[in-house]
Write a protein that binds this ligand. Sequence first.
Ligand SMILES: C[S@@+](CC[C@H](N)C(=O)[O-])C[C@H]1O[C@@H](n2cnc3c(N)ncnc32)[C@H](O)[C@@H]1O
Length: 406
Amino acid sequence: MLTVTVEKLVPGGYGLARTEEGAVLVKGGLPGEVVRGQPVRRRGALFLEGVEVLTPRPDRYPHPLPPSADLPLLYEAQLPLKEALVAEALERIAKLSFPLSPIRPSPSPLGYRTAAQYARHPLGGLAYRLPESEVLVRLEEDPLVAEPLKKALALLQTWPLPVEEVALRGSLLTGEVLLGLIGGSPEVLKRPAKALVREGFRGVVWAEPSPKGRFRGRVTPLYGERTLLERFGPLTATVSVESFAQVNPPAMGALLEEALTLVGGGERALELYAGSGLISLLLAPRFREVAAVEISKEAVRRGEADRKRLGVENVRFHRGDAKEAARLGAFDLVVVDPPRAGLSPEVRAYLLETRPRQILYVACDPATWARDVGALAKGGYRLRFAQPYDFFPFTHHVEVLSLLSL
Ligand SMILES: C[S@@+](CC[C@H](N)C(=O)[O-])C[C@H]1O[C@@H](n2cnc3c(N)ncnc32)[C@H](O)[C@@H]1O
């Protein structure tokens, strides 16, 4: 057993402590806490497992939270840790010293999530799956989910559905909820789906479990609607249970409003990793043409539906891989909002070759963001603005809104 003092929070949500054998990564210990656990070497790094906190921080959050909540501190204490995570990634990885704008807190620290997934417990009801494990913990309630999901959860707890997992997507705008049933048989689930829509769900889809991820296999609508309308600050857009949409719409709305103050206008704008193209639709009045590239068919379908509903004529969706952006030529502004892996080498090369005047980079992983910002800075771009946003209170996750220009 090893006893250490956690020094700081690092990307991935680990606490970092130093020992004579080098740095050790701790899950479950917060900066300032003395913890004890079993040191294990994995993938070339030292981890502490089976962690027991010997001296808890006085500002630890005193109420129950789901296992995914790896930052269980009073809300105000979470924000400086997240800010430091972004500042340090920029210094250590991008080798840039830049004054970050102060972190924007989430409009609601609790009850903010409009999407969630749970496993079915074999003894009935719903359960959390412990991170990186198969262990299930019975779900009593989830204080992180928004009001429409709370009601849906209470209802689902009492339904003996023959599935592996359920996924929920709610709307704060309409109060409605969509349900995804993962696993089991779509034929058997048709009747319960109809009954669940009668009980108040707006629609139910079935998805085949896939090793590639949720909703990456076959998806079949069972009953009711497939999308809901949600508000993201200046825009209303469709969301579904099957493809990506931000889970904290008011926080995303604040980011979108700020993003619009950062970018100019011009002839051509491109959004890569566009989802349903929220930013493209907002940029449409400022550019002659806007191209939005997204890999998910379902997200592109929603984007097209939103474009038509909003009467936007100059946004074109391209379903495909961002790494093929070179086919679309050069743009005045390129917006990127990639998954945690950050930009692919091809996208970095594309940006450095075609040299858009402005790059708006929305990031959900500070480490890969810093890597990409460092590469763009070496290629002649300057970081002009960077602000962390808290979309995920009580977790280590942090978004960054940033602008680079030549
Ligand atoms: C963080 S989300 C951002 C979506 C959008 N900006 C929003 O806020 O709703 C990343 C998006 O990138 C898409 N994506 C992932 N890999 C991609 C790739 N190689 N090429 C294009 N899109 C990709 C995902 O399907 C997802 O919609």
